[in-house]
Design a protein around this ligand. Sequence first.
Ligand code: 5GP
Ligand code: MN
Length: 345
Amino acid sequence: MQAVSQENIRAFREAIQQSTRIAVVGHTHPDGDALGSCTALSLWLAGRGKAVSCIFPDTPADNLLFILSPKVNYLYGDAHAAAARKALEACELLIQLDCNQFSRTEGLAPFLEASSACKILIDHHLNPDRESFDIVFSTPEISSASELLYWVLKAAEGDTLGPLGLGMTIGTALMAGMTTDTNNFANSVFPSTFRMASELIAAGVNRDALLQQLYSSYRENRVRLMGYMQYEGLKVLPEGAAYMILTQEIMTRFDLREGESEGLVNVPLSIGAVKLSVLLKEDDGHFRVSVRSKKGTSAQQLAARYFHGGGHENASGGKLFIGPDIANAQAAEAYVLNALKTFLG
Ligand code: 5GP
Ligand code: MN
């Protein structure tokens, strides 16, 4: 694992040895990878006698709560603003996972910037902000932050204990993060990803139970929403792009909860002629944008050029602001149409 150099592992071990209060931080609207990697690292550090706060800018979606561990002290920027800020101010070591820059932690970003703690980044996105961190583990050539953390922790353990040395709960959290970020082994899978999965299953991680939780525990509303969007909402352009706009009105009609539209943006890529898929989801004063592409087309460039975002080459995200970008919510469709036609034209 090239991204895990011996020099970095030495520095990682030393930084942990020298710290008692540690903050583990993940990105806004935490997904399975952010929750899995941050949970696993928090458990591992707690096992070394550290006082750990696991901090996210906002409360995770209900359908991912099963990844959390009762042994971890979670703080959310929305529900526990003062406590989260205090933990960030008090920590001696700050470890940021699954996001390439402070700004992806939104309201927490000023406190991360101001912190004088030693800062470690463990991430797999393009364009990491290396200058803001003392130790950087970063490569886009890996499935997920959870997988990168797996190899970091194994190396930090001296590779002698084998995967069981990481503990079963840690292994399950890492498997959950890797599984969600690869869309169950469909994208961004490398030989190292199968090695990690193989080692974790051999060590006893229950993948069947995990898949049941992730992909066979939806509410009926979510399944009907997915059908409605594919039948009524999907627009396909001759240029080879598709888009869908999930408005507040539709979400209310289907009683859709946070996290329940996960996976929808991937569906149009199952059409042979579609190489780029965009999903707009209405939020307060803006749309959250998800972009997915097939190899040879850059989701990352579309997200960076038109939606103030970025991420991975074939899976990116961003925002479309009402006011700065478009006059009102009704203008979103014309903006997306123009962006897709210009980008692919
Ligand atoms: P999703 O579409 O699942 O929300 O996000 C897909 C990818 O895009 C993730 O890797 C995520 O980190 C990245 N991403 C999502 N939203 C944003 C954003 O607002 N800004 C940036 N820079 N990346 C984002
Ligand atoms: Mn990730």
